[in-house]
Design a protein around this ligand. Structure first.
Ligand code: FFO
Ligand code: ATP
Length: 183
């Protein structure tokens, strides 16, 4: 079986080759499927990441959450310990690029939330199985966070990201639901 590193590389290659119209329309489709779930409808605090191409576009999801009066939390990474602190943000003005080229919340302008306050955690990643096994970008941030998180977890996956099998390590934790394109 291919190892995690090879799998990440293969999938990333396929994703970056996606034409931008397809990227946008598939991201929108995934978001509309998410909005139909009871998990979305029932959650008041949603946690996700600020996406970067070729990750599933999270901007339409953030905008929808705000329009529905939900609170949106995004992670601030603590690279030393590879931990994350989720913070509620309410404007794109309250973001800054600090770490690894990723957009993060400005600490002075955002409020920290505990794992127990997050109703729905949308987990980013590179590859998934339909069962919910996943691999991310290799930071181990979510594997660490999920250990103490008891709310609902789901991931949004482009068809190119769904594979039959993922080489798992002992620390790898699955998500509860995968939303992908079904046609
Ligand atoms: N948009 C987005 N934001 C996110 C994540 C994500 O997957 N997507 N994360 C999801 O976790 C966290 C950041 N994850 C990161 C994962 C790895 C590295 C990193 O430094 N990687 C090394 C290579 C590591 C390796 O190959 O072992 C590098 O780039 O040099 C940085 C951030 C939080 N924010
Ligand atoms: N719960 C944990 N406790 C300690 N170390 C961990 C834990 N989870 C992952 N790690 C370490 O983090 C590193 C990256 O793990 P892995 O390759 O599984 O990341 P990933 O699944 O791509 O990342 P993520 O979960 O952030 O998306 C590995 O060195 C792994 O040993």
């Amino acid at each position: 079986m291919v190892d995690k590193k090879q799998l990440r590389k293969m999938i990333m290659q396929q994703l970056t080759e996606m034409p931008s119209e397809q990227y946008t329309s598939l991201s929108e489709k995934l978001a509309s499927q998410l909005f139909l779930t009871s998990h979305w409808q029932q959650s008041k605090v949603v946690a996700l990441t600020i996406s970067r191409f070729p990750e599933v576009d999270t901007f339409p999801i953030i905008n929808k959450a705000w329009s529905e009066g939900k609170q949106v939390a995004i992670p601030k990474c603590l690279p030393k310990t590879r931990e994350m602190n989720f913070r509620i943000f309410s404007s794109y003005d309250n973001l800054e690029v600090v770490y690894s080229g990723l957009q993060e919340p400005v600490v002075d302008k955002t409020k920290s939330v505990q794992p127990s306050e997050i109703d729905l955690l949308i987990v980013p990643g590179v590859a998934y199985t339909l069962k919910g096994d996943r691999i991310g970008f290799g930071g181990g941030y979510y594997d660490r966070y999920l250990v103490d998180y008891n709310g609902f977890t789901l991931s949004l996956a482009f068809p190119q990201q769904v594979v039959n099998k993922i080489p798992l390590d002992q620390h790898d934790l699955p998500v509860q639901k995968i939303i992908t394109i079904t046609e």
